[in-house]
Design a protein around this ligand. Sequence first.
Ligand code: NDP
Length: 448
Amino acid sequence: MLTNKYLLGVYETVKARNPGEPEFQQAVEEVLESLQPLVETHPEYEKSGVIEAFVEPERFISFRVPWYDDNGKLRINRGYRVQFNSAIGPYKGGLRFHPTVCPSVIKFLGFEQILKNSLTTLPMGGGKGGSDFDPKGKSDAEVMRFCQSFMTELYRHIGQFTDVPAGDIGVGAREIGYMFGQYKRITDRFDAGVLTGKSLSYGGSLVRPEATGYGLCYFTQEMLSCMKKDSFEGKTVVISGAGNVAIFATEKATALGAKVVALCDSTGYIHDPNGINLDVVKDIKLNRRARISEYVKEVPSAEYHDGCKGIWTIKCDIALPCATQNELDEESAKILVKNGVCCVAEGANMPCTPEATKVFLDAGVLFGPAKAANAGGVATSGLEMSQNSLRLSWTFEEVDEKLQGIMKNIFHNAYDASVTCGKEGNLVVGANVAGFIKVADAMMRHGF
Ligand code: NDP
């Protein structure tokens, strides 16, 4: 609970300045709560005012995105980019195309991204963007026209030394390709470093598609090994989502000896007690862009259930929420604990509600918060930027090895910070504090 008088004041100001933005307020409250022990032992943070500056975006851009659908009808969407913090490097963070995108969601994601990027130890500031455009059910040509229109405005705000967007929900290699093409067309520059998540043919990095899911498993493996002398071997795993993060988390968890028995999309979940056949899922989701319910047509021994919440009633040892924010609530957390879950790590951004997180921490369940556990994606984006600057490409093994090293370091940095704060093993506190100290130090050195 937030009890520190000074931080409560900061939070009240955030609420007053950002009314009707529950996701952003939730993200700020969680971080301020974690910073309490630090602020109480280091008066310089209060005295300098750095926290007031830290919770206010440096810049927030909102713009109109007009595009024509296949029937020649004009459609209007809204585009956003928050350039939250550039104290330790250019703004860096993905673009999300989903109907739920709004200023609150963009600001919560951008705020989390500052700390996540800091934790990777790479020189990247925090940003995020996107649109309320829904790519689902749109033709390739419609997606292309939308992406071109989106970039026609965004291009003036980004650049390899300014702001480097990447993918997120609804934005994969296809969308990045169309946006890169438009950027190149408008600027007459082949500036590979302006976007990450590119395809290999024009400057992408090996392992980037797999990085968030793989990184999540590397982090979880390190957490299990160091805090419980355990591993993925022989464990039953439930993963929500069936997109980029969920698919590659399933692949790596399986490679590490676990059995993944469930996945979901926004309409329902599949339960396959024999272990998910990932080739079938990849074909449905990556090739056909179809619904997860198709799985049971090809694997009749599996079950499909409408609605997503039920996925958390499946008995498992490890739960990896990899779909979206606030998808796992207190009730689901209690069921998971009752069913004996020993470890939860967040692949999505803020998938567990604050109440659910508390249930896990109180029950002694190992808990890997998103900004540490899912940082593998942006870390590999950082490696993509390095390769673009060096004008060379590392092998799959080289990038994968660097990713493993980064995820292990992130775990240890968060764990060590939790010890320093007197909250040993609480990685929510540890990740927030470790990420914050570096950014705050840079901000204070730059002056206001
Ligand atoms: P994708 O668009 O590839 O996949 C998202 C998946 O989640 C889809 O299967 C989607 O279903 C499902 N989903 C969306 N909303 C809901 C919902 N309300 N309930 C249940 N399922 C839902 O996105 P990503 O895999 O890239 O991203 C997933 C999460 O991971 C996000 O929180 C993102 O911010 C985070 N993340 C992603 C990174 C990356 O590198 N891609 C990096 C770090 C974090 P449907 O197909 O029906 O829409």
